[in-house]
Write a protein that binds this ligand. Structure first.
Ligand code: IMP
Length: 435
C-alpha cells in the first residue's frame, strides 16, 4: 500500500535507523532527509559490504528510489561530493537520483573551525559535538546570515556573502578563540568548483513531494540523530542543533502533517550515547565492555566509543508521545543474547532534596537530574543466539517474554525487530507498507 512513513530515532541516535530505512525502501519511491547534516552516520551492510552514509538518504542503495535532501538539513558541499564519489565507486549510481532543496543551508570551513574552537576552549560547556560545524551552520541559518544552496547559482553574490560572514567569524576566531583566520578565497574557490555539480541536483522539493503524495507514491522520511538529541525536546544543552523529532519532517521538507501516515520509532534494546550529557541508565565496567564489543558501539562518524546503558522506558514513553509514534522497531536484539540478566528502567525515583520538582512536571534537563535514580526491573537472559532470526515464533521463549514486556510497558505495537545488521536479518510483525 502507498504511504508516507517517518523513521526516526527514539534515543540519542545510532539506533540502527539506516538499516531499517534501507529495509523498507524496497517498497518506496522516495527517501527524504529532513534535518541534520554529515554529523549523522547511517551504516548499511549490503551484500556483506559496509557502506556509511552521512548526508545522502539511505534509499540510495535501491536503484529505483529517489533520495531527497530537504531544506531543514545543513549540507557540507565537500563531504557531499566525496560521498557521491564513494557511492559511484561502489557502483551505486547517483545521477538524477539525488534531489536537493535550494533552501538547505551550507556548512563551510568557518563553521567547522568555530565548532572545534568552542569545544577546545569553553571547558565548562563542552558538548562533545561531532566537530562537523553543525551548530554554527544552524546558528547562521537562524540569524539569517547563512549561505544557502541557491546562493551557488550566483557566484558574484556568493563571494560577497562569504566575505561578509567571514569578517564576523574571523573576528571571533582570532580575537576570542586565538585561532587562525580563514581566507575567503579558499572557501569561495572550492565552492565555485563544485557549484554546477551541486546545482544539477537542485529541485523544488515541496512541490515534488506534494505531487508524489497526490500520485500515491510511497515516501520514507529518514530521521538523523534521535529524539533525545532534539534541540527542543532533548537533553539540552547536550543536543544537536536541529529538530530530530517528527515536527522536523514538516518544517524540514515542506510536507504538511496531515500527509504523514505512519511514524515508526527506532529503539535499540539497550541505549548508547556519544558525547557528553546525562544518561541515567548508563553502565560501566564489564557490562559496558560487553555492549561495546558485542554491539560494536563505536561512532560511525567520529569513531568515538559510545557510552552504553540499559533501556529507559520513561524516555521511550516520552519519545512515543512527542513523535506520536504509530509503532516501534526494536534493533540489536541479538546483542543481548549472552547476558544472564537484562535490566529495563521502568520508572525514576525522585529524591526529596529538591521538593520543588513535581514528578509529573519533570523535565529532562541538567538541573533536575541529580535528584533522580532509575528503578529497574530485571528479566532473565535467554543465553541462545537470536542472530539472523526472521520469524518471531522462532525466538527463544525468554526473548519473546522480554519483547512482550516492553510492548506492555510502552502501549504501542512493536512492528519490527532487527536481529542483525543485514537487510534480511529482520523480523516483521506488521509491515508498515502493508497494513
Ligand atoms: P553535533 O550535532 O555535531 O553538534 O553534536 C551534538 C551532540 O549530538 C553530540 O553529543 C554528538 O555526539 C551528538 N550527535 C550528533 N550526531 C549524532 C549521530 O548521528 N549519532 C549519535 N550522536 C550524534
Amino acid at each position: 500500500m502507498n504511504k508516507t512513513i517517518v523513521v526516526l530515532g527514539t534515543q540519542w541516535g545510532d539506533e540502527g535507523k539506516g538499516k531499517i530505512v534501507d529495509f523498507l525502501t524496497e517498497n518506496s519511491d522516495f527517501v527524504v532527509r529532513y534535518q541534520g547534516g554529515n554529523n549523522a552516520g547511517h551504516t548499511l551492510i549490503v551484500n556483506k559490504k559496509k557502506i556509511v552514509l552521512h548526508q545522502i538518504p539511505s534509499g540510495i542503495m535501491h536503484k529505483k528510489v529517489i533520495s531527497v535532501i530537504g531544506n531543514g538539513t545543513v549540507i557540507s558541499p565537500t563531504s557531499l561530493v566525496k560521498e557521491i564519489k564513494m557511492l559511484e565507486a561502489n557502483n551505486i549510481c547517483c545521477k538524477d537520483r539525488v534531489y536537493i532543496s535550494p533552501n538547505a543551508s551550507l556548512i563551510l570551513n568557518y563553521h567547522i573551525s568555530m565548532d572545534l574552537a568552542r569545544e577546545k576552549r569553553l571547558n565548562e560547556i563542552v558538548i562533545g559535538t561531532t566537530g562537523k560545524g553543525i551548530g554554527p551552520a544552524y546558528e547562521d541559518k537562524i540569524s539569517r546570515i547563512g549561505i544557502k544552496i541557491y546562493d551557488l547559482a550566483n557566484l558574484n553574490v556568493l563571494k560577497l556573502k562569504i566575505k561578509r560572514v567571514l569578517n564576523y567569524y574571523n573576528y571571533q576566531l582570532v580575537n576570542f578563540y586565538k585561532e587562525k583566520s580563514i581566507d575567503y578565497k579558499v572557501i569561495f574557490n572550492e565552492l565555485a568548483q563544485s557549484a554546477s555539480f551541486i546545482l544539477s541536483m537542485v529541485r523544488n522539493v515541496p512541490e515534488i513531494l506534494y505531487k508524489a503524495i497526490k500520485d500515491k507514491k510511497s515516501i520514507i522520511f529518514e530521521g538523523a540523530q534521535g529524539t533525545l538529541l532534539d534541540v527542543d525536546h532533548g537533553t539540552y544543552p547536550y543536543v544537536t542543533s536541529s529538530n530530530s523529532t517528527v515536527g522536523g519532517v514538516c518544517t524540514g521538507t515542506g510536507v504538511g502533517p496531515k500527509h504523514l501516515d505512519y511514524i515508526l520509532g527506532v529503539s535499540k534494546v539497550y541505549m548508547t550515547r556519544v558525547g557528553l550529557g546525562p544518561f541515567l541508565t548508563e553502565v560501566f565496567d564489564e557490562i559496558d565492555d560487553y555492549f561495546f564489543l558485542k554491539g560494536n558501539e563505536s561512532g560511525s562518524t567520529t569513531g568515538r566509543r559510545r557510552r552504553t546503558g540499559w533501556l529507559d522506558i520513561v524516555l521511550l514513553r516520552k519519545a512515543i508521545k512527542i513523535n506520536s509514534l504509530t509503532a516501534l522497531c526494536l534493533t540489536k536484539l541479538d546483542v543481548l543474547d549472552e547476558l544472564k540478566e537484562i535490566k529495563i528502567c521502568i520508572d525514576y525515583k525522585f529524591s526529596s532534596i529538591n521538593s520543588s520538582i513535581r514528578k509529573e512536571d519533570f523535565i529532562f534537563s541538567q538541573n533536575t537530574l541529580e535528584n533522580i535514580t532509575p528503578i529497574y526491573e530485571t528479566l532473565p537472559g535467554w543465553n541462545e543466539s537470536t542472530a539472523g532470526i526472521t520469524n518471531f515464533k522462532f525466538l527463544p521463549i525468554l526473548a519473546k517474554k522480554y519483547i512482550n514486556r516492553i510492548q506492555e510497558l510502552i502501549g504501542i505495537p512493536i512492528d519490527i525487530i532487527s536481529t542483525g545488521p543485514s537487510r534480511d536479518e529482520t523480523i516483521v510483525i506488521r509491515h508498515p507498507f502493508k497494513i
